[in-house]
Write a protein that binds this ligand. Sequence first.
Ligand SMILES: [Zn+2]
Ligand SMILES: [Zn+2]
Length: 427
Amino acid sequence: MKPRSMLKGAFLVLVAAAIFALGQYAGMTGRTVQLTNVADAAGQAAAPQRAAAPVTSPTGTAPDRYLYYPGTEELGSEEIRLIALGTGMPLARRSQAATCWLVELGNGDKFLFDIGTGANANLSGLMIPFDFTKKIFLTHLHTDHWGDLPGLWAGGWTAGRTSALEIWGPTGATEDMGTKYAVEHFLKAYNWDNMTRLANLASAPGKIIVHEFDYKGENQVVYDENGVAIRSFPAIHAGDGAVSFALYWKGMKVVIGGDSMPNTWYTRYALDADVAIHEAFLTPELLWKLYNQAPETAIGVGTYVHTPPQAFGKIMSTIKPRMAIAYHFFNEADTRSQMQKYIRETYDGPLTLAEDNLVWNITKDAIHVRNIISPDEAWSVAGPTAPLPPDRTVPDQLSKWSLDHRWDISDVSAKMVQEFKAKHNMQ
Ligand SMILES: [Zn+2]
Ligand SMILES: [Zn+2]
């Protein structure tokens, strides 16, 4: 990991330890709120707490309760791991990608909900083999919710995925506003990419299978396998065709709210969720002041297309989840206190103000939230299925015209090539 990440982690531990030691639970902002609410959600006493076990070695002193190191913990048989891979805005930034959630279940299943711009970098940091991140559920077709599909599609294809991606997404009001149309035309737009890879790679991982469902369906089952049910219900956002999802497993319910103004479907179908994710949008003031929007745009986007923070709070105090997660705003020092203040006008329950690289461990007994420490330079991790050799389903896309201008200096790398082929029993 990078020193910057380590410093950030060390700082968080110190901050968290100080907060728990002082027992100051009111009026905190940002990450401290999250830690406070972990205690709330777990029903723990609001009192200073020790680490799980006393330190027994001077070289292993850090408690593990604040940080998650990806891939180092097994999930329990009835445990859900929810990870925020993107929680920000369409103008993705290095510290906050656009919307993407990963849900991992104790039975081994993994589901991506949205794959927004910039999210792949965070996904890579989890070091999960690409064969385990093939199931993607799209809430709607704004780029901040599927803008990193090209990276996952082509990146995973080049880095060991062995079969097709699968996308579940809504129809649109017309055929050309639906997920099937979008993915078909995505592949057309990326035709050069697709054809040149098909000429050099295995073809199966380059395919995308689309499962399109009616965006008007209310609480309809769109996925039902291995004891996991995922239901969709409509959202109201910018145009017909946006949805939210609810994942049901082992008597628990995680609701992934897509972009929406407040709506009656959400309050009905997210009722009593264990975890309820819903957008809480930047205020018109912040959109104008920091996001460079005209005042007229800021009012429209912040109060009609999306959900203001006070309305988010009202929604959560109505459905009463064990943990409410607010996202879709740049979560930083300039915004956090204002967003929290407005949410707390209408909601006093367990709350996380989302940021990227947070993890929630969810069981029937407790919900714990921690920061993730992941490497900036992670490589693809080998899965249980060996990567496939090329099957060259299309001919070489280099013509004689190109190849006639090739400068054949292969002799300079001949020894390296020969050694590699000998090592792998290649002709
Ligand atoms: Zn949107
Ligand atoms: Zn959005």
